[in-house]
Design a protein around this ligand. Sequence first.
Ligand code: AHR
Length: 832
Amino acid sequence: MNFSKLFLSATLAQCLSLPIRAALPDSVYVFPYPTTNDKGRRGMQLVWSTDREQWHDVAGGMVFLKCDFGPWKHVYRPQLVQDRTDGRWHCFWDLTPDGSAMGSSSSTDLIRWKPQEFFMADEKSRHEVKNARMPVADTVQVGDKTIAGFALKVPYGIVEGLERHGVYRSALNAQRGERAEHDAARFAGLQTVSARITVDEGRAKPISEDLIGVFFEDLNYAADGGLYAELVQNRDFEYSETDGNKDKSWNNRYAWSVEGKGMTFDVSTEQPVHPNNPHYAVLDVAQPGGSFTNTGFDGIAVKEGEKYDFSLFTCTPDGKGGGKSVVRLVDPQGKTVAETTVKLSSKTWKKREAVLKATATVAQARLVIIPQSAGRYALDMISLFPQKTFKGRKNGLRADLAQAIADIRPRFVRFPGGCLAHGDGVDNIYHWKETIGPLEARKPAANIWRYHQTRGLGYFEYFQFCEDIGAEPLPVVAAGVPCQNSGIGGPSHHSKDIVTSLGQQGGIPMEEMGQYVQDVLDLIEYANGDAKTTRWGRERAKAGHPEPFNLKYIGLGNEDLISRVFTERFTMIYEAVRAKYPDIVVIGTTGPSCEGTDYEEGWALADRLKLPMVDEHNYNTPGWYINHQDYYDHYDRSKSKVYLGEYAAHAPGRVNNMETALSTALYLTSIERNGDVVSMASYAPLLAKEGRTQWTPDLIYFNNTDVRLTTDYYVQQLFGRNSGSEYLPSTVLLDRKEKNVRNRVGVSVVKDGESGDLIVKLVNLLPVAVKTDVEIPSLAGHQAVGRKTVLSGRPSDTNAVPVESAMEIGEKFPYEMPAYSFTVIRIKRECK
Ligand code: AHR
């Protein structure tokens, strides 16, 4: 890890720049206070003083502790005490303005903190430090604010350490802030750079063959309204105010309306088609002529000549009336572009089906249902699917989007998230069993991203998609705790106070954990169990897939707060899976970032449990990726393997452009080099519907008719299609010594075990070309045929696309890397 290296250089810089103070005090007072103007949302800052009169900022006002509790994350009234027994510093703070709930953590240096504990103030005695050195009450002027708090004496060395840490953070921030827009100044006068690259096939090492995959989460309308090909929005009438959507009309009636006279529309729960789907529409038709309309997801896109499967569940609750209904697709001008009829007469719920054939291409059609007789009709699960889904699957996926994913050639698909997997509160945790079986029996749910999940794209469909594109399935299940930011989803069924209502909410109660552990074991049985002799294997067979899905991996937890509550539950689940399915690779989690408490504690837990793999997340700036290509070089090869489950370069404006694409391409060359410790990596998130995004940047953007691939997509695709099973070390001799130049040139050479092809990847993030002379001695005696694919453009370009061409290859060959480019050279060799 780079921390110590950077820390040492920062320490040195600090030593050189610190004023030499004579007669330093042995100890000084430190006074913690919440960040001002945001009620401690950014966390806790410190000032120090020798006399409690003159106070000085510590490290320029740096934040040393952030609260991790729920969605608020406030630090109110922080107080430091010291445990006399072991010298540790403990911080206590209020989570609420009224002080009814508290947080605590401890540290040896006030920089690195142990996992935070949250408790009600009346339980404080259980958390108190027994043999504590207590602070004194004081009032300090910070800027224009007078703050009442507590000052504690600490050795002066502690403050020096904090100051040094401030220097380290500043150095890190300067690196993180490096942007291509400063390249003209940074590289003023830089002419062409030359490089000699010598590839040593003799020192090849095996690397993961599953390195490049995709991360799928129903975020940005990725599933409903996106990959899941259903065209009717709110087909189940289960949209609800509790989904948390900002739209005031977001309720059971969303996307539906009645046009014309003689008909009313109500939502009932009296006699649902299935208890999991309690709401349904009731149309009271006094006089035929009115129509019941669905607007789809921002319209329904249909293509001339194509067929669409329409279906609905219907009954006549009064047992009277009935007859037929016309079903149409109409364009925005009201012109019919497809028409059919279905029967509505049935005393009990009955599924009716029909096919609509479009006579025109329309981007924004509506679905219209026109009952032909007076009566009272109950309708539910009103659905419209294109027949042309990906691989023609029923209840299938949008063909163009699924194809775009398949075209990356991902070796694995992670699903169903992200935050969606552990959910907004205990009651919103994603339970896979609720997502399989007949669609009307699946349990819809609020989506943590503030919309609705039909669960029509459920575990069966995910597994099937993986199989269809030849990718390993990588389901991620909650580790018995919900997202640490939970709060909007409301309290859980066992909440009793603030602490159990927000954040991890105390996790799934222990008395329910037995069932939860069983659910995780059942998932593995569902994927792999025998179709005849196991209960969940039979369920899979019933869905049409008697053969196992050959599940190898399971993710346990998603960038969780590594709290006591988490650790207890994670360990229970992990031990149970290991005991029953020792061959399944359980992937742990190390928090949301590549450093900090959760990262350290996640790794400590992985070490203790000897986990086969951990999921690291690292959203960072282009500057960070450029400057940390050695991040995995120093990882201990004897420890858990790494799944870099979520990463993306975030530049200002959260754009996808050549700068973000090339900085991750550069980083990916270092990931290939470390493909013996990094087993898998997935850019995140994958999909985003234009106008419906909650998170950017994403890999693929789409609307109802088109798919837009990003520069970052092409990088993933070039790595996915050109991955290897062996890494071939190479020597790269540049004619420039400057670090800024050297760390913007990336080289990775791999060998594809199946075809025997050598693949040279060259990244140039410099504003000038790099003239390379490539030497591959092992090509001697072979006839080599090369093809190169080049992605290049200005750093701010968003529309660059890769260009492929033939290339002459020999044992030695020249190649000029264009400024700001990524080149993949694929070499086939044959004997001469
Ligand atoms: O990828 C988007 C979100 O980022 C994921 O849901 C979460 O795991 C991470 O914070």
